[in-house]
Structure formats: C-alpha cells, structure tokens
Design a protein around this ligand. Structure first.
Ligand code: HEC
Length: 123
C-alpha cells in the first residue's frame, strides 16, 4: 500500500508540470497558419492583406512602413506587448475600433497564449 501511494505520488509529480503546461509556440504556429497567415507575412517588408508581423511583440502599433494602416490602428498609441496582444486578439475591433482587421478573435485563453508565444519567436 505504501509503495502504491508512493508510485502515485511520483506519477502525479511528473504529470503536474505537463498539465500546467507553458505556452506552446509550436501549437501557436499551427494556429497562426490556420487563422492569420492568409493575411500576414512573418518576414520583414512583406505585406499581404495586413502588415508583416515580423518583430511584432514589443513593436508600436502601425509601425510597418510598407503597410498603409487605418487611422484607427496607426493612431491607437498601442505597443504590442504580450498583455496588449492578449486583449487585442480576443476581439480586435473592441481594442481598435474602426480597424479593418477582419478577425473575430480567439476566445480561448490557452490558444491565445500559444499564438502570442509563437509571435514572440518572429524576430
Ligand atoms: C482577413 C485578414 C486578417 C486576418 C485573418 C488577421 N489579420 Fe491581423 N491585420 C489585418 C489588417 C488588414 C491589419 C491592419 C489593420 C488596420 O490598419 O486597421 C491587421 C493588423 C494586425 C496587427 C497590428 C499590427 C501593427 O503593426 O500595428 C496585429 C498584431 C495583427 N493584425 C495580428 C493578427 C493575428 C495574430 C492574427 C491571427 C490570429 C491576425 N492578425 C489575423 C488583417 C488580418
């Protein structure tokens, strides 16, 4: 009995860090390909329907010189740090009213965290 409890405790000890898993940039990359890549490039100076997201984490809003932004985005005075991206990607039009980014938003906190972890690798 004692040995079984010990084995269970050891198993739980191993399993717990995986349950409370860190943000997963690889999962975020798959989400990006599905939800963002049609409109956003990840290399500098290349635009699609939206601006390049190279170096986006920490960048000021409206800072891709190759892209013609709406005044709403350009004048938002936001900096795309992780907390701001987290708010924005839930519902872009709520954070930047008047933006032309047509994306309904990612409501799942974990998936948003994964996406932002991936965006942070684009540098
Ligand atoms: C249908 C096209 C479309 C999709 C899909 C889309 N975007 Fe956008 N995105 C845009 C456009 C267009 C803009 C510029 C908006 C403006 O100027 O108002 C933009 C702007 C942004 C900005 C602000 C960039 C800056 O330089 O200020 C971020 C960050 C962003 N998008 C992230 C994402 C992410 C992450 C996804 C996927 C979860 C995504 N977008 C999906 C079209 C899209």
């Amino acid at each position: 009995m004692i040995r079984i409890s010990f084995a269970v405790a050891v198993l739980l000890g191993i399993a717990t860090p995986q349950l409370a898993r860190a943000q997963d940039a690889t999962a975020g990359q798959a989400l990006f390909k599905r939800d963002c890549a049609a409109c956003h490039e990840i290399v500098p100076a290349k635009i699609r329907i939206g601006p390049s997201l190279f170096g986006i984490v920490g960048r000021a809003a409206g800072a891709d010189p190759n892209f013609h932004y709406t005044a709403a985005n350009k004048n938002s005075a936001l900096t795309w740090d992780q907390a701001t991206l987290d708010r924005y990607l839930v519902n872009p039009k709520a954070v930047v009213p008047g933006t032309t980014m047509t994306y309904a938003g990612q409501k799942d906190d974990r998936k948003r965290g994964d996406l932002i972890a991936y965006l942070a690798t684009l540098r």
